[in-house]
Design a protein around this ligand. Structure first.
Ligand SMILES: *Cc1c(COP(=O)(O)O)cnc(C)c1O
Length: 404
């Protein structure tokens, strides 16, 4: 950990000043900052390699295609998927889940049921509500307890032979809870139900192994893994992806088109209609390289240290209450402070250079459950330091004085 300064120096934006203070960036659950290697790769693509993929016989198209497909191989490796064609590139987690909800929606009928949880991001809630409206299927909700853990007894009661899909988040973006997804997958598979995992908050923090985990589908966004915005991953088991109807029609996803009838391309292209974010996908490889070279074990150890330290320091602030206190948590802390609105706190911290998130974090139902309108949320990445947490605590204490 002694080389933390060197890590920060890989991320040029972290040198910025905000309101005359050095930036302390603690909004990593919303998006992470990008290392030089990712920024340089995007630049290089547009300077030297720009071309459309899969279609051209010319040199540039072949270079771009090769690099794009190499990102797929690196992603396959990163999550230990069995086949590279089980990796579908999308625009992000939201896009991946919409793809699934839309495609599954065509196979569902009245009487079928879908199970999600109370702590889902709106991205893993609204698409299923829409899917239910279209198909006549019913949405069932796993509740969570006072400390922000899923109620597995209730899940066992909810799941039945009517259940077709279970879709839950690996890590809650507003509470930090790491859900027991292996157990959820096991229970679901005993009933022959397919499981979708929203991994948006997990992929940068815990080692993923699709073959061990046995999830049927797993979704995440590059921009939360030190990568570019506008790139996402949908992992799906080959046989299941083959069964699903395509999501969007267009170029790239076809085998043969005549005026009235089309046959679809094989995986993964069946689900990648149109020109994708080529530069983004290519640069995504660099962010995966960064994580792999750093080591997810080292990342987790460091972030757990930050989590423990910050939890202890925050708990010592009078009137502050942490929302989400599961014993199994990732690098996210949500809190409220008595008589202080999270929005006011966020504004004052920003004046002191500290970037945090305030509001409902796209999880309004869980906020309603805790009877609050929102929280202040801090979330860590590998480049954050103990010193930054000290600065945060000082800033919060200052803000409390100013607001009370
Ligand atoms: C960020 C997030 C999403 C949505 O990701 P996008 O990149 O905005 O599509 C979904 N679920 C969780 C848990 C998230 O944290």
């Amino acid at each position: 950990m002694s080389n933390k300064n060197n890590i920060q120096s890989l991320f040029p934006i972290l040198k910025s000043s905000v309101n005359n203070n050095k930036l302390v960036y603690l909004d990593n659950a919303a998006t992470t900052q990008k290392p030089n290697s990712v920024i340089a790769e995007i630049n290089k693509f547009y300077l030297k390699e720009n071309s459309n993929i899969h279609r051209g016989v010319h040199h540039l198209s072949q270079v771009a295609t090769k690099k794009y497909e190499n990102s797929r191989l690196v992603t396959q490796n990163f999550i230990n998927a069995r086949h590279s064609h089980e990796i579908i590139f999308t625009k992000g987690t939201t896009d991946s889940i919409n793809l699934l909800a839309s495609s599954f929606g065509q196979l569902l009928k009245k009487g079928d049921e879908i199970i999600i949880s109370e702590m889902e991001h709106h991205s893993n809630m609204v698409p299923w509500q829409m899917c239910c409206e279209r198909s006549g299927a019913k949405l069932k909700i796993i509740p969570c307890n006072k400390i922000g853990e899923l109620d597995l007894d209730m899940f066992n009661q909810l799941i039945s032979n009517k259940t077709k899909i279970v879709s839950v988040t690996h890590i809650s973006n507003s509470l930090g809870t790491i859900n027991p997804i292996r157990k959820i997958i096991e229970i679901s598979h005993q009933k022959n139900v397919q499981v979708i995992i929203d991994g948006a908050q997990a992929a940068a923090h815990v080692k993923l192994d699709m073959q061990k985990l046995d999830a049927d589908f797993y979704c995440f966004s590059a921009h939360k893994l030190y990568g570019p915005t506008g790139v996402g991953v949908l992992y799906g088991k080959e046989n299941l992806l083959n069964l699903l109807p395509p999501y969007q029609g267009g170029g790239e996803m076809i085998k043969d088109v005549s005026l009235l009838k089309t046959t679809y391309a094989d995986l993964p292209h069946k689900f990648e209609a149109g020109t994708p974010n080529i530069a983004g996908v290519i640069a995504f490889k660099k962010s995966l390289d960064f994580i792999t070279e750093t080591g997810l074990g080292n990342i987790k150890t460091h972030e757990d240290k930050l989590l423990d330290y910050a939890t202890e320091k925050l708990n010592s602030i009078k009137g502050l209450k942490i929302i989400g206190t599961s014993s199994d948590k990732s690098a996210i802390i949500s809190f409220i402070i008595q008589d202080i609105h999270h929005y006011d706190l966020g504004l004052l911290l920003d004046k002191m250079g500290v970037a945090i998130r305030t509001g409902h974090h796209c999880t309004q139902p869980i906020m309603k459950k805790f009877k609050i309108s929102g929280t202040s949320r801090i979330s860590f990445a590998y480049y954050n330091t103990i010193e930054e947490i000290d600065h945060l605590i000082l800033a919060i204490n200052k803000a409390i004085k100013m607001l009370s």
